[in-house]
Design a protein around this ligand. Sequence first.
Ligand code: ZN
Length: 70
Amino acid sequence: MPIYEYVCKDCKAHFEVLVSLTSGKTIKCEKCSSLDVKKTVSASSFRMAGSGSSIPSGALSGCSSKSGFS
Ligand SMILES: [Zn+2]
């Protein structure tokens, strides 16, 4: 289950919310209960989204080292 990371624009706190809890629910800051929060990409959800991406980070570094050798 993906976890979305949010950052509060008021107190700059980072917190994570399970996506199942976010459906039809307002996201509030855990610290100051502000509604002015912004969704960011957390490490866990990025890994899941990365499965659909055709450019893994390993391919990028492998490519650059390869061109350096040849
Ligand atoms: Zn806050």
